[in-house]
Design a protein around this ligand. Structure first.
Ligand code: SF4
Length: 176
């Protein structure tokens, strides 16, 4: 059961990768996050995920970082509040790329860490994931990862691994 796991950051990625492995999946992490701003923060989050994957022998694929292209994908929605229409465009952009990659690389499944966060609308994430799964003919795992104290477990893993923990979602519009 090969799954391509879209990962947004190391704390969420470590939690979901461990849960999927417990369920018997063969996990490859896909770090595709052109939403992250600035580039220094992107590199910091990527480095933390690389460190975790190397330590735990999990294959990691790093996608392109093209923030201008991502800005075009959310154009017109910049001022929406977090969890609203801008985020929906952002999910479509990142999950669309992940589903396509999963199809091209022969994965049976794809998944995302996005539902770990208590600030994200899971019904929107899962609707988009399932629609993309049908389009690309790759099954989407629509587990709500923040359930069963998932967010708390991600925080604990973060402390245990001494991960960098950001205080904003990722884009410039979400900086507090
Ligand atoms: S707040 Fe987060 S999910 Fe929403 S658009 Fe920005 S980076 Fe994407």
């Amino acid at each position: 059961m090969k799954v391509l796991l879209h990962d947004c950051c190391a704390p969420c990625g470590a939690h979901v990768a461990e849960e999927l492995k417990k369920d018997g999946y063969d996990v490859t992490v896909y770090f595709y996050n052109p939403n992250i701003f600035p580039a220094e923060e992107y590199q910091l989050r990527l480095n933390e995920m690389k460190r975790y994957c190397e330590k735990n022998k999990i294959p990691l694929i790093v996608g392109n970082y093209n923030h201008d292209e991502w800005l075009s994908a959310v154009a017109g929605f910049e001022n929406e509040k977090e969890g609203g229409a801008r985020c929906e465009k952002c999910f479509m952009h990142r999950l669309g790329e992940t589903a396509q990659k999963a199809m091209e690389e022969g994965f049976e499944y794809f998944a995302t860490t996005l539902s770990v966060s208590p600030h994200k609308p899971v019904e929107v994430i899962n609707r988009i994931g399932n629609e993309l799964g049908e389009f690309y003919n790759v099954k989407f795992i629509d587990t709500v990862w923040r359930k069963n104290e998932g967010y708390k477990k991600a925080c604990e893993l973060s402390r245990k691994n001494d991960f960098h923990r950001q205080n904003y979602c990722g884009c410039e519009f979400s900086v507090n």
